[in-house]
Design a protein around this ligand. Structure first.
Ligand code: HEM
Length: 144
């Protein structure tokens, strides 16, 4: 075993760092105008989803299987099923993650390490090809 073995993102950030990242992520979603479409899909209070994202990322980044312990699965399809998530929503999500990494002072090495895998997991969550501006809200019936 080499002592130079690369660290996992979990080893770099630690439990608290991942909680901070999840909190910064939803704070960014709450604040950034560019994320307004995906913010509108979420409940007003983001505390629960902050905890769930921290649990998911802990496991996904190489830490203990805490999300599996809570949910019994790591599949993200079901929790996202009620929402239409196309390329626009995926890119808003990724922009919030980029902003969150900046806000927690993540190193360039960590940002580079996460870039492609984050894209891939967001792409996995995408569940439609495209989305129209109104597709995540109530339908507006034009009269006349
Ligand atoms: C691609 C764009 C994405 C959108 C638009 C999106 C949107 C959402 C929404 C609306 C919820 C429900 C929140 C609520 O109950 O208030 C949710 C839950 C969640 N999302 Fe996403 N999401 C995306 C991608 C991702 C990705 C890439 C991850 C993981 C890396 C993720 C992890 C989670 C988790 C862990 C939950 C909580 C699910 C549970 O209760 O088990 N999401 N997401």
């Amino acid at each position: 075993m080499s002592e130079e073995e690369p660290q996992t993102p979990y080893e770099i950030l630690g439990d608290q760092g991942i909680k901070d990242l999840a909190a910064a992520f939803y704070d960014a979603m709450d604040e950034l105008p560019l994320a307004a479409d995906i913010r509108a899909m979420h409940t007003e209070n983001l505390d629960h989803v902050k905890r769930m994202l921290a649990a998911y990322l802990t496991q996904w980044m190489g830490g203990p299987p805490v999300y599996l312990a809570i949910k019994g699965t790591v599949c993200l399809t079901e929790p996202h099923e009620p929402f239409r998530i196309g390329p626009k929503e995926r890119d808003q999500w990724l922009a919030c993650m980029d902003e969150a990494l900046v806000r927690i002072g993540a190193s360039e090495v960590l940002k580079q390490m996460l870039k492609q895998p984050m894209y891939q997991v967001a792409e996995t969550v995408r569940n439609c090809e495209d989305s129209t501006p109104k597709n995540n809200g109530p339908d507006i019936i034009a009269v006349g």
